[in-house]
Design a protein around this ligand. Structure first.
Ligand SMILES: C[S@@+](CC[C@H](N)C(=O)[O-])C[C@H]1O[C@@H](n2cnc3c(N)ncnc32)[C@H](O)[C@@H]1O
Length: 190
C-alpha cells in the first residue's frame, strides 16, 4: 500500500490540492441527497464521503490502520480493517457499496467490484477517467506517473467494469470523473 495512506492528514490535503477541489465537488454532486438504508464504503480513508451520503447504518472498510485510527477519533461509523479483495460480509448485507477514488489503486479492481456486488444490492464507483479528447499517452503519463507515484493509481477499465452488472454511467468535468452505478446482473448481450 502507498505511503500516503499511512498519513491521513496529508492524504486529505493532497486529495483536495491535486484535484483543485474537483474530487470533492464530485463526491458532493453524486452523494448529497442520496439516502440509503445501509452503506459499506470500501477504502473509506478519512471518511470524506460520509459527510454527504445519508445512511442509517454505515460500515467503513480500509486496509490502512492509520486511516481507520484517524476516522475513529472523528466519527461513530463502524470501522473494519480489511482488504477490498476479500470482503468479510455475507451476501447482500448492504443496500449500497461505495468505492470512491479507491478502485484505481487496487491490485485487482474487477475482483473487488465482484466482491462488492456479492455483499450489496448496488455498487457505486467514483473515479478518475481519461477526459474526452485527451491523448491516451498524456493520460497514461498523468495516471501512471503522478497518480501512481502519489496514490498508487492505475487506469480503471470502465468498459470491463460496466459489464459486471446492469450499469448506468455519468461523467463530470469533461469526463475527468466517471461514476458507474451497478445493479444486479449484467443486461443480456453485455
Ligand atoms: C484514494 S483513498 C480514497 C479514500 C476515500 N474513499 C475518499 O473518497 O477520500 C483510497 C483508500 O483505499 C484504501 N485502500 C487501498 N488499498 C486497499 C485495499 N486493498 N482494501 C481496502 N482499502 C484499501 C487506502 O488505505 C485509502 O484509504
Amino acid at each position: 500500500m502507498k505511503w500516503i495512506y499511512q498519513h491521513p492528514r496529508l492524504y486529505s490535503l493532497l486529495d483536495s490540492v491535486v484535484s483543485l477541489s474537483l474530487a470533492d465537488r464530485v463526491r458532493r454532486k453524486v452523494l448529497e441527497k442520496r439516502i440509503v438504508g445501509s452503506l459499506l464504503e470500501i477504502g473509506v480513508g478519512t471518511g470524506k464521503c460520509l459527510n454527504y451520503i445519508g445512511a442509517e447504518f454505515v460500515v467503513g472498510l480500509d486496509r490502512s490502520e492509520a486511516m481507520l485510527d484517524f476516522l475513529k477519533k472523528r466519527s461513530t461509523t463502524r470501522l473494519v480493517l480489511g482488504d477490498a479483495h476479500i470482503l468479510p460480509f455475507k451476501g447482500k448485507s448492504f443496500d449500497v457499496a461505495l468505492f470512491c477514488y479507491c478502485l484505481a489503486g487496487l491490485r485487482q479492481p474487477l475482483e473487488a467490484v465482484r466482491q462488492a456486488l456479492r455483499a450489496s444490492k448496488e455498487v457505486i464507483v467514483i473515479d478518475y477517467n481519461r477526459p474526452k479528447g485527451m491523448p491516451v499517452r498524456l493520460w497514461r503519463w498523468i495516471v501512471c506517473g503522478i497518480g501512481s507515484i502519489i496514490f498508487g493509481s492505475r487506469d480503471v477499465d470502465f468498459v470491463a467494469l460496466a459489464k459486471l452488472g446492469k450499469a448506468s454511467v455519468q461523467d463530470f468535468y469533461l469526463g475527468l470523473y466517471r461514476v458507474v452505478v451497478l445493479n444486479g446482473a449484467p443486461d443480456a448481450g453485455n
